[in-house]
Design a protein around this ligand. Structure first.
Ligand code: S3P
Length: 183
């Protein structure tokens, strides 16, 4: 066994746009390595007792972004056993979040082209930013803004459009082991 195979994994953080596959890959990674899966959207919904849409509607996007930042800050200061952390697509908007995410562990940017994002989010009613008439333009504009932030925050970029979840997970785990072996 080489060094990369034997080195223990630490936190694996999934970032990327809505519909890029973070939830699917998070669950598959959890099934493979058994690390607790923290989905920041789900955690916020549980704590607030409200859906993301209701939070946006009643309190506004800024309030949601504050909850997101508080949670990332909290995770960064916990010394728990390693986790898989799946983040909301807009977590990278704030510079402090980007810095903390990189400190948290191995950051994987899951990416998919606009047509795939459109397909995967078509039936979703709980993504307030996509409840707009011209979804293609909304997605393209948001992606254009965010691409540099996903890029600067991540250690690895994976296109999720042409591969099965298990194939993506094998690649992520190999890369993560190598990354942690170099720390
Ligand atoms: C958002 C993405 C959503 C959720 C919220 C805002 C965004 O998470 O956090 O609707 O700004 O891209 P997913 O990426 O899991 O859909």
């Amino acid at each position: 066994m080489n060094h990369a195979e034997s080195s223990p994994l630490q936190n694996i953080i999934l970032i990327g746009f809505m519909g890029s596959g973070k939830s699917t890959i998070g669950k598959e990674l959890h099934a493979r390595i058994g690390y607790p899966l923290i989905d920041t959207d789900t955690e916020i919904e549980l704590r607030q007792g409200k859906s993301i849409s209701t939070i946006f509607e009643e309190l506004g996007e800024e309030a949601f972004r504050n909850m997101e930042s508080d949670l990332i800050e909290e995770l960064a200061h916990q010394s728990n056993k390693p986790c898989i952390i799946s983040t909301g697509g807009g977590t990278v908007i704030r510079p402090k979040n980007r810095e903390l995410l990189r400190q948290l562990g191995f950051v994987v940017w899951l990416h998919a082209p606009t047509d795939i994002v459109l397909q995967r989010t078509a039936k979703s009613t709980d993504r307030p930013l996509l409840q707009m008439p011209n979804k293609t333009k909304v997605i393209n504009d948001l992606l254009k803004n965010r691409r540099p932030w996903y890029d600067e925050t991540s250690h690895l970029k994976v296109d999720t459009s042409g591969l099965e979840a298990h194939e993506i997970c094998i690649g992520i785990l190999e890369s993560a082991r190598y990354f942690f072996s170099q720390q």
